[in-house]
Structures are given as C-alpha cells and as structure tokens.
Design a protein around this ligand. Structure first.
Ligand SMILES: *[C@@H]1O[C@H](CO)[C@@H](O)[C@H](O)[C@H]1NC(C)=O
Ligand SMILES: *[C@@H]1O[C@H](CO)[C@@H](O)[C@H](O)[C@H]1NC(C)=O
Ligand SMILES: *[C@@H]1O[C@H](CO)[C@@H](O)[C@H](O)[C@H]1NC(C)=O
Length: 428
C-alpha cells in the first residue's frame, strides 16, 4: 500500500484505502501499540481484579467495551484485564436478583453509567448478556477455565435473570430501554431511557425486543455450556440444557423477527405487539450468533441488505439507514451518544466477523477495509480516535464525539488480519 500523505483530505485517504487491501496500514497498528495500555487498570477500590476502561471521557469499566477491547488486545497481553473485568462484574452481581449494572466504578457501588456525571444512578439498566462469553473467550485464550469456577453461581444467576425478568410470553427477550442496549438513542425506540422526560415506565420499560439482544443471549448460553463441559467433563445435562436454550432462542428469533418479504431482521415492541419497521445496524447481528441459526438464503439476504446504499457508507455500516427520517450525524455525547447514523466500529466488527463465519470472505474483507480506512483517516486528521464517525457522503468519515476514545476501536489492530487468516476470535 502506498504511504498516505497526512495532508491528503480524509475523503481521498478513504478512497485510496478502500480500493487497496484490507490490511490496515501501520498508522492504525502503531496508534494501538502506542496507546492500548491506557485502557488497562490495576485493581483498586471496590474492584478486586484488573480491568479495562474505554479511555477518552469514560473512566469506568463498561460491559461491552471491556469485552470487545479485551478481545481486540489479546495479542498485546490484555487477557488478565479481560478476565478481571468479567470477574469484577460477577462479584458485583446481586446474588438474589441476578442484577448487575452496565458499568462499574472503583469508588462508587451505584455508578451513574452515563457520560453525564450528573445523571441519576438508578436507571434500572442491567449489563448486556456478554459477560459469560467474555469470560469464556478469555479463559480459552489463557487455557485456564478453573479461574472462573468460583464465579459459576453468578453466571447461573445472570442467565436466569434474563430468562425470568426479561422474557416475553412468546419466548422473546427485552431490553429495559434503548440505552441499555448500548445504542443509546437508536431510532427503534421513541424514548431512549428513563433519563428522558418522554419516558413512562408502564409503556416503555421492557418494550424493546431486538436481534442484538437475542444474538448475545444465544452466545451467552453456548459459552456457559462450554464452561460446564470444561469444569465437569463433556456431555452433562446442564450443558445440554443451555445448548438447548441457545437453539430455542435462535428458533424464536427467526420465527418472530425475520421479515421474509424484506429479507431482514426487525425489532419488535413487546408492549404494543407491533413490529418496529426501522432499518438499523443490528439487522445483521444474527450473522454473529454462530452456526445453525440462519439458512444460507437468510444470510445472503442480510448481506444484500447491509451492502445496500442506505445502510453502507464508504466508512462502514451506518448505525441507522440514511433513508430513515431520524438519520443524522450530529456529534452528540450527552445525554446520548449518536446511533442515528454514524458508523460505530463495534457494530462493524460484529458484522465483519459474522460475515466471515458464514463464508462471505470478500464482503468481510471489504468491511474490514472500510473500518481500517476510517480509523486511519481519524488519526491522520485529528491525531486521536473518536467513538463514532460521520457516515454521510459529504462527511468524509470525520470523527464525532468522545475524542481519546480507544475501546473497541482497537479492533482495528487485528480485524483485517483476522479476516485474511479466516479467524474469528469471538467464535464460541
Ligand atoms: C503504560 O505503559 C507505560 C510504559 O510501559 C507505563 O509507564 C504506564 O504506566 C502504563 N499505563 C498503564 C495505565 O498501565
Ligand atoms: C439485591 O437486590 C435486592 C432487591 O432489589 C436488594 O434488596 C438487595 O439489597 C440487593 N443486594 C445487594 C447486596 O445489593
Ligand atoms: C411500544 O409501544 C408503546 C405504546 O404501546 C410505546 O409507548 C413505547 O414507546 C413503544 N416502545 C418501543 C421500543 O417502540
């Protein structure tokens, strides 16, 4: 790849890169090598284990940030921090309810989990179902499953939290609110969270069913079954039961959220019983659910859908379709980060690995190249990274809010190499 002139326009840099190869230039790798350890924290305060923070304005341990950052940085020695992050969540889990907060703070047992420090602590939100899989992937990397044996009761509680508190009578599962999903203000919810005046507990709480949640839950049950096999020996009833639950969630997701006519996954309103007809990034997340969930025809339809021009930008998959009336690229952070259009690396990485898992190698390579390009362009233009990127045609992929953010952007270090090697580090 030709070296880029740092003075070249962002758009030109991106055009050059997307037509070249999927391999990120040394700019992205060097940036990660120089900065990755600012996501590492030693045990302190009420957190007993080493952990990961997203950096930038975020100085707490967060659920999905720690999982994706931990996986991204395994080649750079993050495993103790990833394992430790998951252990901190297990130790913070309420053993009578199974509840645990989205973020952990060394000095505050009831953290606000918002970029707005003035926000209320009590939002009712729970960490995403990613913690057992984060632990499993880290334990596999370290070849040490027994380090999590003492956390087995917390894992069981966390899984039963979802299957008792968040399940609908048709076997779907709900987010408490849009912000809990991590896609703060995504257009699938008219009211994002209890922090907003529009919120009504009765109408809004636990109304959102979405394919990202079901995908994470399928993986979570599989990860727990793998732990049981590793601890107890293969073939036990408990492992079977969780593999069965994973399969059932996959079946229900396809049965109730697959839109055959449009060839896409939909979200669903469990309060009103209505399909939510919004095109957003998570329509392709079921590709990340692992084998035996989608038919080949469904997987191909999802590829066609995300590569359509309203969903795909030069810089990766848009968080919200540019055909949506709410589409915008405002650089917002408080009270909500913007998921109404910008490109988010975490969403693009999930979809890239999902494409790879289903054998869509040229498409995975293409998406990895777009991700590498936008990450490189931000460093060249601003000297740092932001949490999301402008997906509009004239926007040039410019970095939006939260400068100094590292978190899952560090996946840029390995994404393209993983695609070339045919390796999905998230495989369960
Ligand atoms: C990162 O590494 C540098 C150099 O080894 C060290 O001085 C610094 O304390 C580390 N920072 C963290 C947060 O671990
Ligand atoms: C667990 O949750 C229950 C119900 O909300 C609460 O009463 C109890 O204090 C919590 N336990 C801990 C250790 O926080
Ligand atoms: C679900 O529908 C109710 C009205 O029945 C509405 O108040 C709520 O905001 C909707 N939730 C979502 C996620 O669309």
């Amino acid at each position: 790849m030709a070296p880029l002139n740092p003075l070249a326009s962002t758009a030109l840099a991106i055009a050059l890169l997307t037509t070249a190869t999927a391999s990120p230039s040394s700019v992205v790798k060097d940036y990660v090598t120089d900065n990755y350890n600012s996501t590492f924290r030693e045990p302190q305060g009420i957190l007993n284990h080493p952990y990961l923070v997203p950096a930038g304005p975020y100085d707490q341990e967060w659920d999905w940030d720690s999982v994706f950052t931990g996986l991204a940085l395994l080649p750079l020695g993050s495993a103790p921090y990833l394992s430790g992050s998951m252990k901190n969540f297990f130790e913070a889990t309420n053993m009578s309810t199974g509840a645990v907060t989205i973020c952990l703070d060394p000095s505050d047992p009831h953290p606000s989990c918002s970029s707005d420090p003035a926000a209320n602590a009590e939002s009712g939100s729970h960490a995403k179902p990613l913690l057992v899989q984060g632990a499993w992937l880290s334990a596999s990397h370290e070849g040490d499953y027994d380090q999590f044996l003492e956390h087995r009761p917390a894992m069981v509680k966390l899984l039963s939290y979802w299957s008792t508190q968040r399940v609908t009578d048709t076997g779907l599962y709900t987010w408490h609110d849009q912000m809990e999903s991590g896609a703060d203000d995504l257009v699938t919810s008219p009211c994002p969270s209890p922090r907003s005046d529009c919120w009504s507990d009765e109408a809004d709480a636990n109304s959102l069913v979405a394919p990202d949640l079901l995908t994470f839950l399928i993986r979570e049950h599989r990860a727990y079954a793998n732990f049981v096999d590793a601890w107890d020996g293969e073939g036990g009833d408990e492992a079977q039961e969780h593999r069965g639950q994973a399969a059932e969630i996959g079946r229900v997701m396809v049965e109730q959220l697959w839109d055959e006519e449009e060839g896409t996954f939909r979200s669903f309103n469990a309060t009103s019983g209505e399909i939510i007809e919004k095109d957003v990034y998570n329509l392709a997340f079921p590709l990340f659910a692992g084998p035996d969930v989608l038919t080949d025809t469904q997987a191909q339809a999802l590829v066609d859908r995300i590569f359509a021009s309203d969903m795909m930008s030069a810089y990766g998959v848009k968080s919200t379709s540019s055909n949506d009336e709410g589409y915008n690229n405002e650089p917002t952070l408080t009270p909500y980060s913007n998921w109404q259009g910008p490109v988010w690396v975490v969403a693009n990485a999930v979809i890239t690995y999902g494409l790879l898992d289903h054998g869509f190698v040229p498409e995975a390579r293409d998406l990895a190249a777009r991700t590498a390009a936008v990450l490189e362009a931000d460093i060249l233009a601003t000297g740092t990274w932001h949490e999301c990127f402008d997906s509009s045609e004239g926007g040039g992929g410019r970095g939006l809010a939260a400068d100094g953010f590292l978190s899952w952007n560090t996946l840029g270090y390995r994404l393209a190499d993983d695609v070339e090697a045919g390796e999905n580090p998230f495989a369960i």
